[in-house]
Every structure is written in structure tokens, then in C-alpha cells.
Design a protein around this ligand. Structure first.
Ligand code: SF4
Length: 305
């Protein structure tokens, strides 16, 4: 970790080695809030055995409607070393996980990359999934070139004003578009594999871009779908999410304080179909659930004694 951190697009220059916290909320020490099989990702990621999700503390983006506020704002997390992280990967594999799902690793990139290199050196067999808000620099992603099998970025906004108002990041559209381009350059088209004990194929390689539809966000969501399809056609998959849940912090917000209307989500799916999108994950009505938000109780973080 450099002393003046420029790892993410905030480029805030915090001296994290000296214990200073950046805009992401983190110092130079790796912190993890949970490491356990997770069953609420897309079916090709979770499968029936779960995705081995490692939730890192802090976040460079900081959306006002954040669904994982406790962890993103750094409220929870245990300090661990890169080599402990590597051991966690093996423990998740022993629990039967289909892959290792690195959730918001951007601001710990050097240590996470080191742990992945260590794991590969020890013959680690599972794919690594890089799961990010999309607010990540191309330079940071290049540290993972050849290490990551599947990228799972969000594309939250195409509209700079919304990105500024909701996430304090008017540059988000430009940053996310460049990041997805780099991800695609590294891993290419989506590829699946049939795994023993799984009914559905699992993703082996590629990029799945998520978009969480927000209340009042249909127009921007359509722009994102159109951009992705025009740029990548079906080489990159989309995952259109309707699980938005208003949190206390936005309960009085004129738009974000209410759930997404079913008819708006349906309109987004219809729009994708009308463009010719053939491969996209969509959520059924019952998908809006608190079960998507796991307990950040340090499960799997500390070494078993
Ligand atoms: S990763 Fe954190 S400390 Fe580094 S530039 Fe981004 S916000 Fe600042």
C-alpha cells in the first residue's frame, strides 16, 4: 500500500500505512467482516453449494441508499493478514463453495492480489470472482490480470447528476465504463461449465454486469442496458436487480424512500428484450427480501482453533 493512496478513483491520498483512514473508511490493514458460503448471488455463481463470499470492510463509493451500510461504512471488520485471507479461501473450498467471491476488494487490492497469488501457488482449484461497485480504476484492475476468472461489477448510473447526488461520484459513468472494458479485456466472453452435483451450469469465466433498479431510475437504467448491449452484445451478461430496499438513511427521500414499482422493473426487462438481449438474469417478485443482506458476524474470518 502506498503512503499516499491512489488505489481508487477518489484518489484521496490518505497515508493508510500510517493508520490514516481514506474516504473508503479503511487504513492499510486488511479487514474482513464475513467469509461464508452465500446463496443469493446469480444461480450460475451460487449454484446449490453457495459462493464463498468474503466481505471486505469499507467502500470507496458510499451510496446514500447503501444496502450494506454496516460493513461499507466500516462499522464491522476484523483485521487479518493476506496469508490468513489465503487460508480462508481454502476453508471456504473445504465447505464446498463453488468459487471465491471477493466482495468490494478494490481498496485492499494489493493484499487481496497477494492472497490470490499465494492460493494459486498452493494449487487452489476454484474460480475467483471479483465483485465490485464498478467504481474502480483500470490501474487497480490490472493488478488482477490473470488472477481473476469472473468479474461481477455493478453499473449503477449513466447519468452524472444522479451519480453525484446519490454516490458523490459524478465521474462514476466514465469510471465504470472503462472498468468494464478492462474486465472484458482480461477475461473475455462468458463461459459456463457443468459441475458435479449442480443442475444448472456454473460460470467459469467472463463478466456479469449488475444493475440495481432504483425508484425513479428507469430512464437511466435503460441507458445502461442500451450501452452494454451496444458495446458487448451477449458477450457480457446483464443481471437486472429489483431487490432495492429503502434504508433508514433515505426513508424521507422523495424517490429513494420507496420501493421500486413492479411495472417499472417489468418495463426495464421488456426494454432489454426489445433490444435483442438474450442472456440476462432477472428477478422474480419474491426476490425482494432481507435475506440478501447477510449477518456481518465475522463468521469464517478468525482461524478455527
Ligand atoms: S482506496 Fe480509500 S484511501 Fe485509497 S484513494 Fe480510494 S478512498 Fe482513498
Amino acid at each position: 500500500m502506498s503512503r499516499g493512496c491512489r488505489l481508487c478513483p477518489r484518489s484521496c491520498g490518505a497515508d493508510r500505512e500510517a493508520g490514516e483512514r481514506g474516504v473508503c473508511g479503511e487504513t492499510g490493514t486488511l479487514r474482513v467482516a464475513r467469509a461464508a458460503p452465500h446463496f443469493w448471488e446469480e444461480p450460475c455463481i451460487s449454484g446449490t453449494k453457495g459462493s464463498g463470499a468474503v466481505f471486505f470492510s469499507g467502500c470507496p463509493l458510499g451510496c446514500i441508499y447503501c444496502q450494506n451500510r454496516l460493513i461499507a461504512r466500516g462499522g464491522v471488520g476484523r483485521e487479518i493478514s493476506a496469508s490468513r485471507l489465503c487460508d480462508i479461501f481454502f476453508e471456504l473450498a473445504d465447505q464446498g463453495a463453488n468459487n471465491i467471491n471477493l466482495v468490494t476488494p478494490d481498496h485492499f487490492a494489493p493484499m487481496v492480489a497477494q492472497a490470490v497469488v499465494q492460493a494459486r501457488g498452493r494449487g487452489f482449484p476454484l474460480p475467483f470472482v471479483y465483485n465490485t461497485s464498478g467504481y474502480v480504476t483500470v490501474e487497480t484492475l490490472r493488478r488482477f490480470d490473470g488472477l481473476i476468472d469472473v468479474y461481477l461489477p455493478d453499473f449503477k448510473y449513466m447519468d452524472e447528476a444522479r451519480a453525484g447526488e446519490y454516490s458523490g461520484a459524478p465521474d462514476y459513468p466514465r469510471v465504470a465504463a472503462a472498468a468494464i472494458g478492462e474486465m472484458y479485456r482480461q477475461v473475455g466472453r462468458v463461459k459456463f461449465v457443468t459441475a458435479p452435483g449442480e443442475d444448472e451450469p456454473l460460470i467459469k469465466r467472463g463478466v456479469i454486469v449488475r444493475h440495481l433498479l432504483l425508484p425513479g431510475g428507469l430512464r437511466d437504467a435503460k441507458r445502461i442496458v442500451a450501452y452494454l448491449y451496444k458495446t458487448y452484445q451477449d458477450a457480457v451478461y446483464m443481471s437486472l436487480l429489483r431487490q432495492y430496499t429503502p434504508v433508514d438513511a433515505v426513508s424521507r427521500h422523495s424517490l429513494l424512500g420507496r420501493p421500486v414499482k413492479r411495472k417499472n422493473y417489468d418495463a426495464l426487462v421488456d426494454y432489454a428484450l426489445s433490444l435483442g438481449v438474450e442472456h440476462a438474469f432477472i428477478q422474480e417478485g419474491g426476490a425482494v427480501s432481507e435475506s440478501f443482506i447477510p449477518s456481518f458476524d465475522y463468521e469464517g474470518v478468525e482461524r478455527c482453533r
